[in-house]
Write a protein that binds this ligand. Sequence first.
Ligand code: FES
Length: 146
Amino acid sequence: MHRKDFIRKFGYLAVALPASTYLFNSCAGLYYASFVEEDGALRIPKSEFLQEKGGKQIEREMVVVQNRSMGYPIGVFRTPDGGYKASLMRCTHRGCELSIAGSTYSCPCHGSEFDRSGKVLEGPAEENLRSFEITADSENIYVHVS
Ligand code: FES
């Protein structure tokens, strides 16, 4: 096989592999928490925020809840004061599903960004994300979705 033929045939791998690795890694950081829906709330065990890393137990900064009845996932971030913030991962511009980039929500459609509490950081979206009241007891947090 000639060099030009080789590049023509396999050159796309030079672009596709790093891109797919990036996408895989950015998705790999998301943790989909288990939960139980009861009395209009999603009960998430606080233990869902814990993970083993390097032989130590550390706390996740956020988890995602895949609740079908809402039509979009819900992101639940921990806050520095020990609380939680839950936001529907639906962009308020035109309704695209948001992704998570670090500690911000980002929209793949037109680039809007929202902070961990759902507040608009960057347009074109002008409205903050729909957020949910959260209560907690010693074992669980409850995201009140209705
Ligand atoms: S739908 Fe999200 S920025 Fe347009």
